[in-house]
Design a protein around this ligand. Structure first.
Ligand code: SAM
Length: 295
Protein backbone atom coordinates (compact mmCIF):
# COMPACT_ATOMS: atom_id res chain seq x y z
CA UNK A 1 0.00 0.00 0.00
CA UNK A 2 1.44 3.37 -0.98
CA UNK A 3 0.36 6.44 0.93
CA UNK A 4 0.56 8.55 -2.24
CA UNK A 5 -1.91 6.25 -3.89
CA UNK A 6 -4.31 6.81 -1.01
CA UNK A 7 -4.28 10.55 -1.34
CA UNK A 8 -3.81 11.20 -5.02
CA UNK A 9 -6.08 8.80 -6.89
CA UNK A 10 -9.86 8.86 -6.86
CA UNK A 11 -10.94 6.53 -4.09
CA UNK A 12 -14.19 5.25 -2.78
CA UNK A 13 -14.92 5.35 0.94
CA UNK A 14 -14.60 1.58 1.00
CA UNK A 15 -11.16 1.50 -0.60
CA UNK A 16 -9.83 4.44 1.40
CA UNK A 17 -10.95 2.87 4.68
CA UNK A 18 -8.99 -0.28 3.95
CA UNK A 19 -5.91 1.63 2.87
CA UNK A 20 -5.89 3.96 5.86
CA UNK A 21 -6.39 1.06 8.26
CA UNK A 22 -3.45 -0.77 6.62
CA UNK A 23 -1.35 2.35 6.94
CA UNK A 24 -2.18 2.91 10.60
CA UNK A 25 -1.94 -0.76 11.67
CA UNK A 26 1.88 -1.09 11.98
CA UNK A 27 2.03 2.04 14.18
CA UNK A 28 -1.17 1.67 16.22
CA UNK A 29 -2.12 -2.00 16.01
CA UNK A 30 -4.93 -1.84 18.61
CA UNK A 31 -7.87 -0.57 16.52
CA UNK A 32 -6.66 0.51 13.05
CA UNK A 33 -9.97 -0.08 11.28
CA UNK A 34 -11.92 1.85 13.90
CA UNK A 35 -9.34 4.66 13.77
CA UNK A 36 -9.71 4.79 9.99
CA UNK A 37 -13.50 4.95 10.28
CA UNK A 38 -13.42 7.70 12.89
CA UNK A 39 -10.91 9.84 10.99
CA UNK A 40 -12.62 9.45 7.63
CA UNK A 41 -16.04 10.16 9.17
CA UNK A 42 -14.54 13.29 10.75
CA UNK A 43 -13.24 14.75 7.50
CA UNK A 44 -16.47 13.91 5.68
CA UNK A 45 -18.56 15.45 8.48
CA UNK A 46 -20.52 12.27 9.01
CA UNK A 47 -20.67 9.32 11.40
CA UNK A 48 -19.95 5.63 11.03
CA UNK A 49 -23.43 4.88 9.70
CA UNK A 50 -23.08 7.70 7.17
CA UNK A 51 -19.74 6.31 6.10
CA UNK A 52 -21.24 2.93 5.35
CA UNK A 53 -24.19 4.50 3.54
CA UNK A 54 -21.73 6.21 1.17
CA UNK A 55 -19.45 3.19 0.91
CA UNK A 56 -19.16 3.34 -2.86
CA UNK A 57 -18.97 7.14 -3.23
CA UNK A 58 -15.75 8.88 -4.20
CA UNK A 59 -14.00 10.85 -1.44
CA UNK A 60 -13.40 14.47 -2.55
CA UNK A 61 -9.85 15.78 -2.80
CA UNK A 62 -10.25 18.36 0.03
CA UNK A 63 -11.26 15.56 2.40
CA UNK A 64 -8.31 13.42 1.38
CA UNK A 65 -5.91 16.30 2.05
CA UNK A 66 -7.33 16.86 5.51
CA UNK A 67 -7.29 13.13 6.12
CA UNK A 68 -3.58 13.01 5.35
CA UNK A 69 -2.88 15.40 8.24
CA UNK A 70 -5.02 13.43 10.67
CA UNK A 71 -3.54 10.06 9.72
CA UNK A 72 -0.01 11.45 10.11
CA UNK A 73 -0.91 12.50 13.66
CA UNK A 74 -2.38 9.10 14.42
CA UNK A 75 0.65 7.16 13.24
CA UNK A 76 2.70 9.19 15.73
CA UNK A 77 0.35 7.61 18.31
CA UNK A 78 -1.54 10.77 19.18
CA UNK A 79 -4.78 9.66 20.88
CA UNK A 80 -7.82 9.88 18.61
CA UNK A 81 -9.61 12.15 21.11
CA UNK A 82 -6.89 14.81 20.84
CA UNK A 83 -6.94 14.55 17.05
CA UNK A 84 -10.69 15.11 17.03
CA UNK A 85 -10.49 17.61 19.90
CA UNK A 86 -13.34 15.96 21.73
CA UNK A 87 -14.36 12.92 23.75
CA UNK A 88 -17.70 11.51 24.76
CA UNK A 89 -18.19 10.92 28.48
CA UNK A 90 -21.46 10.15 30.22
CA UNK A 91 -23.15 10.61 26.80
CA UNK A 92 -21.98 14.24 26.79
CA UNK A 93 -19.37 15.72 24.50
CA UNK A 94 -16.24 17.24 26.07
CA UNK A 95 -13.67 19.37 24.34
CA UNK A 96 -10.20 17.94 25.03
CA UNK A 97 -6.71 19.17 24.23
CA UNK A 98 -3.16 18.75 25.54
CA UNK A 99 -4.01 20.57 28.80
CA UNK A 100 -6.38 17.90 30.03
CA UNK A 101 -6.42 14.18 30.41
CA UNK A 102 -8.96 12.48 28.15
CA UNK A 103 -11.87 11.37 30.36
CA UNK A 104 -11.99 7.57 30.62
CA UNK A 105 -15.06 5.29 30.70
CA UNK A 106 -13.74 3.91 34.05
CA UNK A 107 -14.54 7.26 35.62
CA UNK A 108 -18.23 6.81 34.86
CA UNK A 109 -18.26 4.38 37.83
CA UNK A 110 -17.37 7.31 40.10
CA UNK A 111 -20.12 9.44 38.54
CA UNK A 112 -22.68 6.64 39.00
CA UNK A 113 -21.69 6.19 42.62
CA UNK A 114 -21.78 9.91 43.30
CA UNK A 115 -25.30 10.07 41.84
CA UNK A 116 -26.36 7.26 44.16
CA UNK A 117 -25.21 9.37 47.09
CA UNK A 118 -26.95 12.58 45.99
CA UNK A 119 -30.76 12.65 46.01
CA UNK A 120 -32.23 14.19 42.86
CA UNK A 121 -33.75 17.40 44.14
CA UNK A 122 -31.49 18.27 47.07
CA UNK A 123 -29.35 21.39 47.09
CA UNK A 124 -26.30 19.48 48.17
CA UNK A 125 -22.83 20.84 47.87
CA UNK A 126 -20.22 18.89 45.88
CA UNK A 127 -16.47 19.41 45.46
CA UNK A 128 -14.60 17.86 42.51
CA UNK A 129 -10.83 18.00 43.09
CA UNK A 130 -8.64 17.84 39.97
CA UNK A 131 -11.49 18.39 37.58
CA UNK A 132 -9.34 18.31 34.40
CA UNK A 133 -11.75 18.47 31.45
CA UNK A 134 -14.59 18.94 33.94
CA UNK A 135 -15.97 15.52 33.05
CA UNK A 136 -17.12 14.52 36.55
CA UNK A 137 -18.37 17.95 37.61
CA UNK A 138 -20.29 18.55 34.38
CA UNK A 139 -21.85 15.06 34.38
CA UNK A 140 -22.97 15.57 37.99
CA UNK A 141 -24.32 19.04 37.23
CA UNK A 142 -26.36 17.65 34.32
CA UNK A 143 -27.84 14.88 36.46
CA UNK A 144 -28.32 16.89 39.64
CA UNK A 145 -29.40 20.39 38.59
CA UNK A 146 -30.09 21.44 42.18
CA UNK A 147 -26.54 20.65 43.32
CA UNK A 148 -24.01 23.40 43.99
CA UNK A 149 -20.71 22.24 42.56
CA UNK A 150 -17.17 23.52 43.02
CA UNK A 151 -14.48 22.20 40.70
CA UNK A 152 -10.76 22.78 41.26
CA UNK A 153 -7.53 22.03 39.49
CA UNK A 154 -3.87 22.90 39.94
CA UNK A 155 -3.67 23.52 36.20
CA UNK A 156 -5.09 26.90 35.17
CA UNK A 157 -5.27 25.81 31.54
CA UNK A 158 -7.17 22.65 32.47
CA UNK A 159 -9.68 24.82 34.32
CA UNK A 160 -10.17 26.91 31.17
CA UNK A 161 -11.04 23.72 29.28
CA UNK A 162 -13.37 22.65 32.08
CA UNK A 163 -15.15 26.01 31.95
CA UNK A 164 -15.52 25.66 28.20
CA UNK A 165 -17.00 22.20 28.69
CA UNK A 166 -19.50 23.47 31.22
CA UNK A 167 -20.64 26.08 28.68
CA UNK A 168 -20.66 23.53 25.86
CA UNK A 169 -23.00 21.37 27.91
CA UNK A 170 -25.16 24.29 29.10
CA UNK A 171 -24.19 23.90 32.74
CA UNK A 172 -24.04 27.01 34.94
CA UNK A 173 -24.03 25.58 38.48
CA UNK A 174 -20.28 24.98 38.73
CA UNK A 175 -17.83 27.37 40.34
CA UNK A 176 -14.28 26.83 39.10
CA UNK A 177 -11.34 27.56 41.38
CA UNK A 178 -7.66 27.30 40.67
CA UNK A 179 -5.11 25.83 43.10
CA UNK A 180 -3.54 22.92 44.93
CA UNK A 181 -6.09 20.42 46.31
CA UNK A 182 -8.07 22.19 49.06
CA UNK A 183 -6.27 25.55 48.83
CA UNK A 184 -9.00 27.08 46.64
CA UNK A 185 -11.70 26.15 49.20
CA UNK A 186 -9.94 27.14 52.43
CA UNK A 187 -12.93 29.39 53.15
CA UNK A 188 -15.39 26.47 52.90
CA UNK A 189 -14.75 24.34 56.03
CA UNK A 190 -17.42 21.69 56.73
CA UNK A 191 -19.27 22.83 53.67
CA UNK A 192 -19.44 19.84 51.36
CA UNK A 193 -21.87 16.92 51.36
CA UNK A 194 -19.70 15.08 48.87
CA UNK A 195 -16.08 15.33 47.79
CA UNK A 196 -15.14 13.43 44.63
CA UNK A 197 -11.77 13.09 43.00
CA UNK A 198 -9.97 11.16 40.32
CA UNK A 199 -6.44 12.26 41.22
CA UNK A 200 -3.19 11.32 39.45
CA UNK A 201 -2.34 7.80 40.66
CA UNK A 202 0.41 6.25 38.57
CA UNK A 203 3.61 5.60 40.59
CA UNK A 204 6.36 7.88 39.23
CA UNK A 205 8.72 5.12 38.11
CA UNK A 206 5.89 3.45 36.18
CA UNK A 207 5.11 6.58 34.18
CA UNK A 208 7.97 5.88 31.74
CA UNK A 209 6.41 2.51 30.94
CA UNK A 210 2.98 3.91 30.11
CA UNK A 211 1.77 3.57 26.51
CA UNK A 212 3.41 6.16 24.28
CA UNK A 213 0.10 7.81 23.41
CA UNK A 214 -0.57 8.56 27.07
CA UNK A 215 3.04 9.38 28.03
CA UNK A 216 3.70 11.73 25.14
CA UNK A 217 0.36 13.49 24.82
CA UNK A 218 -1.51 13.59 28.14
CA UNK A 219 -0.39 16.10 30.81
CA UNK A 220 2.18 14.56 33.15
CA UNK A 221 0.70 16.28 36.19
CA UNK A 222 -2.58 14.48 35.49
CA UNK A 223 -1.15 10.99 35.95
CA UNK A 224 1.98 11.15 38.16
CA UNK A 225 0.87 10.06 41.61
CA UNK A 226 4.26 10.29 43.36
CA UNK A 227 6.65 7.51 44.38
CA UNK A 228 3.97 4.93 45.27
CA UNK A 229 1.08 6.46 43.34
CA UNK A 230 -0.72 7.35 46.58
CA UNK A 231 0.67 10.82 47.30
CA UNK A 232 -2.50 12.69 46.32
CA UNK A 233 -4.80 10.22 48.13
CA UNK A 234 -2.82 10.72 51.36
CA UNK A 235 -3.29 14.46 51.19
CA UNK A 236 -6.94 14.30 50.14
CA UNK A 237 -7.83 11.79 52.88
CA UNK A 238 -5.98 13.77 55.55
CA UNK A 239 -7.65 17.06 54.67
CA UNK A 240 -11.13 16.01 53.55
CA UNK A 241 -12.68 15.80 57.07
CA UNK A 242 -12.07 19.51 57.51
CA UNK A 243 -14.19 20.30 54.45
CA UNK A 244 -16.91 17.66 54.70
CA UNK A 245 -20.15 18.14 56.61
CA UNK A 246 -20.74 15.88 59.63
CA UNK A 247 -22.22 13.09 57.49
CA UNK A 248 -20.39 14.02 54.27
CA UNK A 249 -18.90 11.44 51.92
CA UNK A 250 -15.47 11.18 50.31
CA UNK A 251 -15.35 9.24 47.05
CA UNK A 252 -12.22 8.65 44.98
CA UNK A 253 -11.39 6.75 41.83
CA UNK A 254 -8.42 4.41 42.32
CA UNK A 255 -6.02 2.50 40.07
CA UNK A 256 -6.91 -1.16 39.42
CA UNK A 257 -4.66 -2.40 42.28
CA UNK A 258 -4.97 0.47 44.76
CA UNK A 259 -8.31 -0.06 46.51
CA UNK A 260 -6.82 -1.87 49.52
CA UNK A 261 -4.06 0.69 50.00
CA UNK A 262 -6.48 3.62 49.72
CA UNK A 263 -9.01 1.94 52.05
CA UNK A 264 -6.20 1.46 54.57
CA UNK A 265 -5.25 5.14 54.32
CA UNK A 266 -8.87 6.03 55.16
CA UNK A 267 -8.95 3.65 58.14
CA UNK A 268 -5.64 4.99 59.44
CA UNK A 269 -6.75 8.61 59.03
CA UNK A 270 -9.73 8.08 61.36
CA UNK A 271 -12.92 10.15 61.40
CA UNK A 272 -14.56 8.02 58.69
CA UNK A 273 -16.88 5.03 58.85
CA UNK A 274 -15.38 1.85 57.35
CA UNK A 275 -14.61 2.47 53.66
CA UNK A 276 -16.47 0.64 50.91
CA UNK A 277 -15.33 -0.22 47.40
CA UNK A 278 -17.23 -0.26 44.12
CA UNK A 279 -16.31 -2.45 41.16
CA UNK A 280 -16.34 -1.54 37.50
CA UNK A 281 -17.93 -3.75 34.83
CA UNK A 282 -14.80 -5.86 34.56
CA UNK A 283 -14.90 -6.58 38.28
CA UNK A 284 -12.04 -4.30 39.35
CA UNK A 285 -12.45 -2.17 42.45
CA UNK A 286 -12.44 1.32 40.95
CA UNK A 287 -13.98 3.54 43.58
CA UNK A 288 -13.32 3.81 47.30
CA UNK A 289 -15.84 5.75 49.37
CA UNK A 290 -16.24 6.57 53.02
CA UNK A 291 -18.76 8.57 54.98
CA UNK A 292 -17.75 10.76 57.90
CA UNK A 293 -18.42 9.24 61.28
CA UNK A 294 -20.93 11.37 63.16
CA UNK A 295 -19.50 12.16 66.58
N1 SAM B 1 -11.28 14.67 36.80
C1 SAM B 1 -10.79 14.46 35.46
C2 SAM B 1 -11.25 13.12 34.95
O1 SAM B 1 -11.64 12.29 35.78
O2 SAM B 1 -11.21 12.88 33.74
C3 SAM B 1 -9.25 14.58 35.40
C4 SAM B 1 -8.52 13.57 36.23
S1 SAM B 1 -6.79 13.58 35.99
C5 SAM B 1 -6.44 11.91 36.39
C6 SAM B 1 -6.18 14.40 37.45
C7 SAM B 1 -6.36 15.93 37.49
O3 SAM B 1 -5.87 16.39 38.76
C8 SAM B 1 -5.59 16.71 36.43
O4 SAM B 1 -6.45 17.60 35.78
C9 SAM B 1 -4.52 17.47 37.22
O5 SAM B 1 -4.18 18.73 36.68
C10 SAM B 1 -5.17 17.59 38.58
N2 SAM B 1 -4.20 17.73 39.68
C11 SAM B 1 -3.01 17.14 39.83
N3 SAM B 1 -2.43 17.51 40.99
C12 SAM B 1 -3.30 18.36 41.59
C13 SAM B 1 -3.27 19.10 42.82
N4 SAM B 1 -2.26 19.01 43.65
N5 SAM B 1 -4.33 19.88 43.10
C14 SAM B 1 -5.39 19.97 42.25
N6 SAM B 1 -5.47 19.30 41.08
C15 SAM B 1 -4.44 18.51 40.76
Amino acid sequence: MGINLVYSNPHTVQKLLTEIADHIAPHCPETPRLDAEVLLAEVLGTDKAGLYRSFHDLVPVFARNRLRELVQRRIKKEPISYILGRKEFWSLVFSVGPDVMVPRPDTEVLVEEALRAVPLETRCSILDIGTGSGAIAVALAKERPAAIITATDISASALETAKRNAALNHVTAITFRHGDLFDPVRDREHNFDLIVSNPPYIPTDETSRLPKGLRDYEPYSAFDGGPDGLALYRRIIREAPRYLKADGILMVEVGYDQSTAVSNLIREAGGFRPPETVRDLSGLERVVKAQMERL
